[in-house]
Every structure is written in structure tokens, then in C-alpha cells.
Write a protein that binds this ligand. Structure first.
Ligand SMILES: Nc1ncnc2c1ncn2[C@@H]1O[C@H](COP(=O)(O)OP(=O)(O)OP(=O)(O)O)[C@@H](O)[C@H]1O
Ligand SMILES: [Mg+2]
Length: 363
């Protein structure tokens, strides 16, 4: 029987494409740690650009099939799928000026022009969902006027530790958290003036021990004001996720948020339509706020529809009781919808990072 070599394995795997990056896995340098054992057993790793990769199963079966086809003498094949999250900034090129968070690979802003559409619910569940896949995730409640993260994580009376003038973020469900709600009494409303709000947000960035993170998510307040501007001026935002409900009135406001992000050159990762439909007991979908509003809007704006999340009392109860739906009912349709939106967010980031690092075809 002809000997199996590392070279032959790589040649076989050159036939497997990454559908997003449109190049083969070998050229993308994703194949690592090839081992050839007794009886022609083969094992290797496909290093993914995010643990939230929706294509894990695809890669595993495509790699196995390619080896079976090109090296029929192969014995047992083991495909490992570790992940190393990429960053658009990690590939050299232009030197970053004053990035206060060099150890954070990707910064995601979750926003909307409109209040009450479910930004915080979506941001919280996205963060927990990404953390569940194994990513290192942080979440900043940038809503100084109406912080909701402490309640949504069941951490109302928690106070963070301070070590050497650095605030240690509170961690729950695998997510590192910071909110003004951890620093003030909840019945003591804060009257922030613009500059004060900006400086509080700056402190969340510079005075908190975030450590190494794959994804840092900002839950933005509604609208297009000082806090949003401070963030884009201070940080290299990887992209914005826009949240809306399907009704035209919500969409009209959301258009303003899209315009704002475009004006300040923050890439738009896409749109999540929240409260899209109500799931009837027989499994049918009742589009109580109209069908397809988000999709039409995304198309008109030229942005990706990242997902559609149903309306349901378990989502609201999860928010009120401090147990996000992806923790409380991980098998539910709503949790599925969030998980798939989270994968889509991670995927869009990976695609953009690859483009920024010139890993596109022909490079
Ligand atoms: N898909 C959903 N199904 C049911 N209830 C939801 C859903 N999404 C959000 N909610 C509820 O709607 C209310 C508003 O949601 P949330 O606080 O996430 O919105 P927001 O856009 O962050 O609001 P704000 O503009 O005040 O920051 C909350 O009570 C939340 O539990
Ligand atoms: Mg909110």
C-alpha cells in the first residue's frame, strides 16, 4: 500500500473550500497538527476563525470525504475543530493609534434608533450564546440612563471589586460584564450631562480589567447621541448589529441608526429582527407585527439579515428573572434563533477580518 504522507493529506484537503472565504483550507492555512498513525489512521485540526462557526459539521464531513476520495488507503480519520478567533487588526498592516483595548479582538456595537425594540435582550443573549460556544466574551451596558444588564443577569445588588484602581468586571454565564448599574443605587437616577456620560463610558473601557477577549459587545442606548459618538471615536469598532422590530415605525427610526453608523464608518454587520413572529402551539408562525419588514429593510439598505427572533413570554421572563433564554430554555425556538444569529454575527466578523487581512481569493 502506498505510504500516506503529510503532503498527500494536504493535497487531498486542497479540495475543500471555505465557502465564505472562497479559498481552500490549505491555502488559508487552516490545517494544523497532522498526525499519521498505525493502520493509516489520520488526525488533523481545521483551525476555525470562530468557535461559533456554523459550518463545523460541513468542514468535518467535507474533509473526511476528500481524504477518502484521494487517499482510499486511509484508516480512521479524526478531524478536530479548534478555533482561534481572528481580528481585523491582528494581521499587521497599518499601525493602530491609541487603541485602549489591544487585547480585545473584535468590538461589536448593538444598536437601534428606537427604544424598546429588544437591543438589550438581543445583546445579552448574543453574548451568552457566543460564550457558550467557548469564545471569550465581554458585555458593556452603555445605557447609562436605563441600565438593564444587572437585571437581565440577575445581578441587581452586585458591586464589582476594585484592585489597584482597576475595576474587575463581574462574570456570569461565561460573560464579563460592566454596567453603571453595578456602581450606583438603582433607586438613585443619574442625571448625566453629555460630557459626564462620555467620561463614564471611557472609564468602562480604560479602567476595567477586561483581559483577553474574542468579542466585546456594547449594548447601546436608543438613539444616536453622545455615547455612540464617544465609542466610535475611542475604539476601532469591528461592526454594528442593528436591532429592530418589524413595524414600519420602528424601521423608520432604525434607518437613522444605520445612517449614523455609515457616517462614522462603522461597518454594518447586519440586522436582527426581534419580535418577528409569535410561535403558535401547532408550530405555525403568527406574524403579529407584519411579515418580512426586517428583510425588506435589510435589502433596501444593502445589509445582511442576521436572524429573526420570535416574540414570546419566555424571552421577557428570562430578562426579568436574570436567566437569558439561551440559558433558561436552550432547546426553545427562540434560543435557536439567537444561537443562529450569534453564529451569523461571528461569521460576518470572520469574513471581514479575512478581507482586512487580505486573505481573499487571488492574494
Ligand atoms: N423577543 C421578545 N419576546 C418577548 N419580549 C421581548 C422580546 N425582546 C424583548 N422583549 C421584552 O421587551 C422589553 C424591551 O426589551 P429590551 O429592554 O431588550 O429593549 P431595548 O431596545 O434594550 O430597550 P431600551 O431602548 O430601553 O434600551 C423587555 O421587557 C424585554 O423583556
Ligand atoms: Mg436596552
Amino acid at each position: 500500500m502506498p505510504a500516506i504522507t503529510e503532503q498527500k493529506i494536504l493535497e487531498a484537503l486542497k479540495n475543500v473550500m471555505d465557502p465564505d472565504l472562497k479559498k481552500d483550507l490549505v491555502s488559508l492555512n487552516m490545517i494544523k497538527d497532522i498526525r499519521i498513525g498505525k493502520n493509516h489512521t489520520i488526525s488533523f485540526s481545521v483551525e476555525l476563525t470562530t468557535p461559533a462557526c456554523p459550518m463545523k459539521d460541513h468542514f468535518r464531513s467535507a474533509c473526511t470525504a476528500a481524504i477518502r476520495e484521494h487517499l482510499p488507503e486511509a484508516g480512521e480519520i479524526t478531524v478536530n475543530l479548534p478555533a482561534k478567533v481572528t481580528s481585523g487588526r491582528s494581521c499587521g498592516g497599518h499601525e493602530e493609534k491609541h487603541n485602549p483595548l489591544p487585547n480585545v479582538k473584535n468590538i461589536i456595537a448593538v444598536g437601534s434608533g428606537k427604544g424598546g425594540v429588544g437591543k438589550s435582550t438581543v445583546a445579552v443573549n448574543l453574548a451568552v450564546s457566543l460564550a457558550k460556544t467557548g469564545a471569550k466574551v465581554g458585555l458593556i451596558d452603555a445605557d447609562l440612563y436605563g441600565p438593564s444588564i444587572p437585571t437581565m443577569f440577575g445581578l441587581e445588588n452586585k458591586r464589582p471589586e476594585v484592585l489597584n484602581k482597576t475595576i474587575i468586571p463581574i462574570e456570569k454565564y461565561g460573560v464579563k460584564l460592566m454596567s453603571i448599574g453595578f456602581l450606583i443605587e438603582s433607586d438613585n437616577p443619574v442625571i448625566w450631562r453629555g460630557p459626564m456620560a462620555s467620561s463614564a463610558i471611557k472609564q468602562f473601557i480604560t479602567d476595567v480589567a477586561w483581559g483577553d477577549l474574542d468579542y466585546l459587545i456594547f449594548d447601546l442606548p436608543p438613539g444616536t447621541g453622545d455615547i455612540q459618538l464617544t465609542l466610535v471615536q475611542m475604539l476601532p469598532i469591528s461592526g454594528a448589529v442593528i436591532v429592530t422590530t418589524p413595524q414600519d415605525v420602528a424601521l423608520a427610526d432604525v434607518a437613522k441608526a444605520v445612517t449614523m453608523f455609515r457616517k462614522v464608518n462603522v461597518p454594518l454587520l447586519g440586522l436582527i429582527e426581534n419580535m418577528s413572529y409569535y410561535l403558535l402551539p401547532d408550530g405555525a408562525k403568527d406574524y403579529i407585527f407584519g411579515k418580512g419588514g426586517g428583510e425588506k429593510f435589510a435589502k433596501a439598505q444593502g445589509i445582511t439579515l442576521l436572524g429573526s427572533v420570535p416574540i414570546g413570554s419566555t424571552i421577557r421572563e428570562g430578562g426579568d428573572s436574570g436567566k437569558p433564554i439561551v440559558i433558561e430554555s436552550p432547546e426553545s425556538e427562540a434560543a435557536d434563533a439567537i444561537n443562529s444569529a450569534a453564529c451569523e454575527v461571528a461569521r460576518q466578523i470572520s469574513i471581514r477580518n479575512a478581507a482586512a487581512c487580505a486573505l481573499q481569493p487571488g492574494q
